[in-house]
Design a protein around this ligand. Sequence first.
Ligand code: HEC
Length: 185
Amino acid sequence: MKNLFKLVILVSLLLGCFSQVNASEQFIFQNTKLKGEDGKMVELYLGVPVEILKDMDKEAKVSIKGFIDGNNIYSTKEKELLIAKMDEGFKLNKKNSNQVELVGMVEKEYLTQNSAEVWEEHEEFFYEMCTQCHAAQVVNHHTMIEWEALFTPMKGFAKLDEEESAYLLRYLKSNASDGLIKTSH
Ligand code: HEC
């Protein structure tokens, strides 16, 4: 009994450690806005990883890194996935060349530690549409570029309209091997 008690304590301590390690990186749960210091806004897309700089009551101060082109921010310098759209004149921190950091406030209800949670509905739609003729493809076995090419004939096969195609392609690219959730493949 005493040992069991010790084990429970140990496990909860370990879990506590893990959640602390991950606590500084979270994900945008739904499309939302980031508010800069001067009140200028940035539109953020779902699944984007953010670093928590300061955790407040209802909001968090976060940092987002990406690559800039005009007012658009992409996840890579190849500009395959749009992750944010800035208001004209939003003040950002330049790193080097076109790499930038955006800092601002996000409402905490739009943040999650669990990236899988972000994509639950997309995943369901993917299984529904993309397993009619073959088994489900493993999304992170392909890169963003590969998905773009593979998806073109498949959206016809699955008879997706424009909106459904954009919705599904964002899921595939965000979860690709070089997408928003870095995997070791
Ligand atoms: C109407 C049937 C059908 C539907 C629906 C369908 N596929 Fe396919 N898919 C095929 C066939 C047939 C092939 C193999 C021939 C080819 O590559 O064109 C294939 C091949 C693929 C491949 C290539 C496998 C490889 O390694 O070359 C991928 C990836 C893929 N499908 C993804 C999808 C996705 C994502 C969807 C949902 C949007 C989808 N498919 C919906 C019929 C379908």
